[in-house]
Design a protein around this ligand. Structure first.
Ligand SMILES: Cc1cc2nc3c(=O)[nH]c(=O)nc-3n(C[C@H](O)[C@H](O)[C@H](O)COP(=O)(O)OP(=O)(O)OC[C@H]3O[C@@H](n4cnc5c(N)ncnc54)[C@H](O)[C@@H]3O)c2cc1C
Length: 383
């Protein structure tokens, strides 16, 4: 581990530093050893989430009384540590955070008290369902409807690509309650597993993150009024706030994956002997490693800045977009560079590089593609 890149003791309290160190050990013992097998067998990361739950990590994004109240900087590092061990696990974990952040940011005290204790303990897994077949980059164009009926709302429609969707105990679903009001006519609901009319379809077959599955979800069900998150019409605003947090967490995942790739490449270049000399003795190779480290650290600093603003309670949508854009593009370059440095070995399934390269590909697409992040940054610039 390149300590000079990761050291950020000055940003964390002593307890937070100890939390991250213990998490690093847990991930080394219980999460990283399962990563290759999970990818090979496409097994959902139940075991890994169980290990993280026993450590309190499933509530790490939450504040008191439901979570440990760690800072945004500590959360950033914690997600980075999990992703460095297994990107599938980190993706399922942060999808759960999207659901619990929705409750924390948009739900009233009664709804929070019903769902957050078990979600934080990891005995109930959450999912966040915004995307539809014809509404991905522009989610406000969604078609799922929630119509007021006696006792609640009739929810009808379908969502796609929902991480954790088929195994979640509760799903935060966004639906149109007033089609005349555009994004202000969108509301959010907590849909519980097992209610009549809620069906999870097939899990998608994906290129990477093979242990963090995504499902199509269909709804034709009655949702009690008390399961509405906040006021009618506030759902889209909540989703956007949640995605600000989520984008910093995607940046953290990218930083973790890239750190793993850089560590592997550094070790490889020291030990790989070509023409009687270690690969790392070549200036071209040394410069490449230096550029990868600088690229990684630049993204890490943007993510720390977004986390600093988040911690202060200031607006950080543009900072989160920059962190996500920079980190996801960086992760692509660094994992590809690390694979290149491994030569043919990097292309085989005996080494983790090809898995990292596949896992990181989605980071430039989900929670707003790189193009969407550029649009957000430009909108702030031009406002
Ligand atoms: C593994 C995985 C996990 C996911 N998890 C979740 C989840 O848990 N919850 C959830 O709600 N969703 C989830 N998603 C959905 C994800 O957020 C969307 O796939 C993503 O937002 C892109 O939407 P789309 O696929 O419909 O692409 P489209 O919106 O069809 O975009 C296609 C291309 O057009 C580009 N584009 C679109 N609009 C513009 C524009 N205005 N200017 C320039 N370029 C543009 C995009 O950048 C993209 O490259 C997940 C997806 C995957 C694959």
């Amino acid at each position: 581990m390149t300590d000079f890149l990761t050291a950020q003791d000055h940003l964390l309290t002593e307890e937070e530093g100890a939390f991250v160190q213990m998490l690093r050990r847990l991930c080394a013992d219980k999460i990283a050893p399962l990563a290759a097998e999970t990818d090979e067998t496409s097994t959902f990361v139940h075991r890994q989430l169980g290990a993280l739950a026993s450590f309190g990590m499933l509530g790490a994004n939450l504040h008191a009384p439901y979570g440990p109240d760690i800072s945004a900087q500590a959360l950033l590092q914690a997600v980075e540590v999990v992703a460095a061990a297994c990107a599938s696990t980190a993706s399922a974990l942060t999808a759960h955070f999207l659901a619990t952040d929705s409750l924390a940011l948009g739900g009233d005290a009664a709804l929070q008290a019903r769902f957050l204790p078990t979600a934080a303990a990891g005995t109930a897994l959450g999912a966040f369902a915004l995307t539809e077949r014809n509404a991905g980059s522009d989610p406000a164009d969604m078609r799922t409807r929630a119509t007021r009926v006696p006792g609640g709302y009739h929810l009808k429609g379908a969502k796609c690509f929902i991480s954790n969707g088929g195994v979640a105990d509760f799903v935060v679903v966004f639906a149109v309650t007033d089609p005349d009001k555009g994004s202000r006519g969108i509301s959010a609901f907590v849909v519980e597993k097992g209610i009549p009319g809620f069906v999870a379809g097939r899990a998608e077959r994906t290129m990477g993150l093979k242990g963090g599955h995504v499902w199509e979800l269909e709804f034709d069900c009655l949702i009690p009024t008390q399961n509405m998150l906040g006021e009618e019409g506030t759902g889209f605003k909540t989703a956007m706030k949640v995605l600000d947090n989520g984008r910093v967490e995607v940046a953290a995942m990218c930083i973790g994956i890239a750190q793993s790739a850089l560590d592997l490449a550094t070790a490889w270049c020291k030990s790989r002997i070509i023409g009687g000399e270690p690969l790392a003795s070549r200036q071209g190779i040394r410069w490449q490693l230096a550029d990868m480290a600088m690229d990684l650290q630049s993204a890490r600093l943007l993510a720390r800045e977004a986390s600093r603003l988040r911690q202060l309670g200031q607006r950080f949508s543009a900072a989160a977009a920059m962190a996500k854009l920079a980190a996801s593009e960086m992760c692509h370059r660094v994992t590809d560079g690390a694979l290149q440095l491994h030569g043919g070995y990097g292309f085989t399934r005996d080494f983790p590089l090809e898995r990292l390269a596949r896992d990181c590909r989605i980071m430039r697409i989900y929670e707003g593609s790189s193009e969407v992040q550029r649009s957000i940054i430009a909108a702030h610039l031009l406002a």
